[in-house]
Design a protein around this ligand. Structure first.
Ligand code: SF4
Ligand code: SF4
Length: 353
């Protein structure tokens, strides 16, 4: 069955015009009409890393928050900590960055919450019976709220080829150990010269896989279960993961995690901004990042697979831009596997507003 994907074309970098278009889209689609008074509405987004200037603009988020508030529901913005060095590695720095990038409560009208706690370890663990993921750790509110709104910025991605709604959910809504597991089936290793022998990783490892050798921590690859807890525990960036994961397996893990996460919400809605479509995602891009596609506009849908597929189709419409820019075509695996797993539809009606 085809899903509806709404498109409002916007081909300007004028913020006012972008805001007007978003307003028009919301008036036409009315995605928040079923929200009830006092219901919490989690709004997933990423503020981008400190050097990123192309993340979703806070003014656009403000419009969405204000529209939700008309229903008397209570929106809150949320994200989780990342697994690499930077200003989103812990909740304190992450919130400070959010404030400085214009995502403070006073500016956007809703609080911004780091849902996996100060060090990205908090959450509830579930066992799942999937082919590539067996355990998943998620912020504890997941499972107790009915609605989910996902705001994504369309970009390329170093592993999955495309980063939109699915990537935002699968990687952005889980606690750090599950991020690590998705990124790598190989085990973390110690960077000797950075290890201060503080012992925090040894204490936290659930598999007793870490010991000291010559006054440096050492991970037994035989004992390690790849949980990623040590990665969160080390405050000296002395534990590294393998970034050269098999791309197709990475894409399949994203799908399995996204599928699980979305099963926990009854009403889901996705809005993706196809402006300033950078080759790298908002975690990596800087102001010098390659913009590899002309602006598309704003897409909205209840189907995460359809909205991602539609954005990639629109980007590739005239030329195979993903191919030309050397971006991996892993998104095809992601979409096919997403369809197989029942995440959504690959066929969609593109409804132009
Ligand atoms: S937590 Fe980091 S610095 Fe401390 S012992 Fe483990 S690897 Fe070394
Ligand atoms: S990934 Fe988990 S099991 Fe492996 S060394 Fe780190 S804490 Fe221990």
């Amino acid at each position: 069955m085809k899903s509806d994907v709404y498109l409002i074309k916007v081909k300007t970098n004028d913020l006012e015009e972008r805001c007007d278009s978003l307003q028009k889209l919301l008036e036409k689609v009315t995605p928040f009409r079923d929200y009830k008074k006092d219901e919490f509405i989690p709004v997933k987004l990423t503020i981008g890393d400190s050097q990123c200037v192309y993340n979703i603009h806070p003014e656009l988020v403000k419009i969405i928050v204000s529209d939700i508030k008309k229903t008397k529901a209570k929106p809150f913005l949320f994200d989780t900590n990342v697994i690499y060095k930077g200003e989103r590695l812990n909740a304190v720095d992450h919130l400070t960055l959010a404030q400085s990038k214009g995502f403070g409560h006073a500016k956007v009208g809703a609080p911004f919450i780091i849902a996996d706690g100060i060090f990205g370890q908090d959450g509830k663990e579930y066992a799942i019976d999937s082919d590539y993921i067996k355990k998943i750790k998620v912020p504890s509110f997941i499972g107790s709220l009915k609605n989910l709104l996902v705001l994504s910025h369309a970009t390329g991605h170093i592993l999955s080829g495309y980063a939109g709604a699915i990537k935002n959910i699968a990687m952005g809504m889980v606690s750090r150990p599950t991020k690590q597991v998705q990124h790598s089936s190989l085990k973390p290793h110690i960077i000797d010269k950075k290890c201060t022998a503080c012992g925090c990783c040894v204490k936290i490892c659930p598999a007793q896989a870490i010991s000291f050798k010559k006054e440096k921590a050492f991970i037994s690859q035989a004992k390690c279960i790849g949980c990623g807890e040590c990665l969160c525990a080390c405050k000296f960036y002395a534990i590294s993961i393998n970034w050269s994961e098999d791309h197709d397996i990475f894409a399949k893990r994203l799908i399995e995690v996204a599928h699980f996460m979305l099963s926990k919400f009854k009403n889901k809605f996705f809005i993706t901004f196809g402006f300033d479509i950078t080759k790298e995602c908002d975690c990596i891009s800087t102001k010098n990042e390659l913009i590899f596609s002309e602006d598309i506009g704003i897409l909205a849908s209840q189907d995460p697979l359809s909205i991602d597929k539609a954005m990639v189709d629109l980007v590739n419409k005239d030329k195979a831009l993903f191919k030309e820019t050397g971006l991996l075509e892993t998104h095809k695996t992601m979409f096919d596997y997403g369809y197989k797993k029942g995440l959504g539809s690959l066929d969609y009606n593109l409804i132009k507003i």
